[in-house]
Design a protein around this ligand. Sequence first.
Ligand code: ADP
Ligand code: MG
Length: 349
Amino acid sequence: MLENKNQSQTTLSDLGEFKLIEHLTNQIKIHHKSTIKGVGDDCAVLEIKNKQILVTTDLLVEGVHFDLSYMPLKHLGYKAVMVNLSDVYAMNGEAKQITVSIAVSNRFPLEALEELYAGIHLACATYQVDLVGGDTTSSTKGILISITAIGEANKEDIVYRDGAKPSDLLVVTGDLGAAYLGLQVLEREKQVFEVNPNSQPDLENYTYLIERHLKPEARKDVVKLLKDLKVKPTSMIDISDGLSSEILHLCRQSKVGCNLYEDKIPLDQQVITTCEEFNMDSTTIALSGGEDYELLFTISQDDYPKIKGNPNLTVIGHITEKEEGKYLITRGNQKIELTAQGWNAMKEE
Ligand code: ADP
Ligand code: MG
């Protein structure tokens, strides 16, 4: 996980907006020729030739999307970038630039924003994206971060949600459910701590789960892998809300049905053991937990030999005619209709 520094504190009002922006952005390194002008003028200037431009934005609000009592600011910065890059990769594109806008209350010292930006800069360096602008303002309560990502792709490479065809295979990257369980573990520890502030959390058995919640990685590597394998998905989406709601999006937009096989859903061993401990059903967690930031896509059956045996990719089902409906086939060979229980629905239970 990312390290945290503990330092003395500087209030933001001592600094002023311009010095603050300068302070947060002076170490930016530009990676791309397409970034003609980054931070420092009224607009960033980009020059992108013969490509289509992908634009995506996400807004994260303290108390709604994250809880700073167990989400360190450096992780928050990193994750806020990942959430956006993941959307660009879900179009089979390359992310090139981001802008970052923040609203902060004066309860945050400069050092807190330095931590936030350390996570943002780390994400930019790791994923080779340029931070080219943003906006900085105050809020009456809490912190709010809005990131916009800009990506590029050749017209013929872009993958939309609406291209899945009957008999296509349904494929997922990585494994599912861990980020949601990581959040459950952190929430449980927070409650224990509130009752007994002297308690020491023992998180050893949950390291993978917590890492998946606090430091997700967008699947840039999968976009490259698919290119190398010469596979162009027929449809694709990233898994932010949970597998079942994302499958339903693909099916609805492609006007198809699907059969998803319970026994094929990839789960990490820590997900299985923690589900047993928490008395939760691991399939439900994989279907309805959220924030895995894996990619879900469909490929033509002809492409199956190209992906077969790849440890990053798991075939979990296939596409059917729309009239056949959208089903989960359980281990016991029961057919259950897929419903959209997203991450939000679970939170309200
Ligand atoms: P303006 O008055 O045109 O909104 P600002 O003073 O807000 O300009 O911003 C000056 C420059 O700093 C611009 O290039 C802007 O994109 C950039 N910038 C402002 N806030 C941030 C931020 N939080 N992170 C990164 N860049 C920022
Ligand atoms: Mg501004």
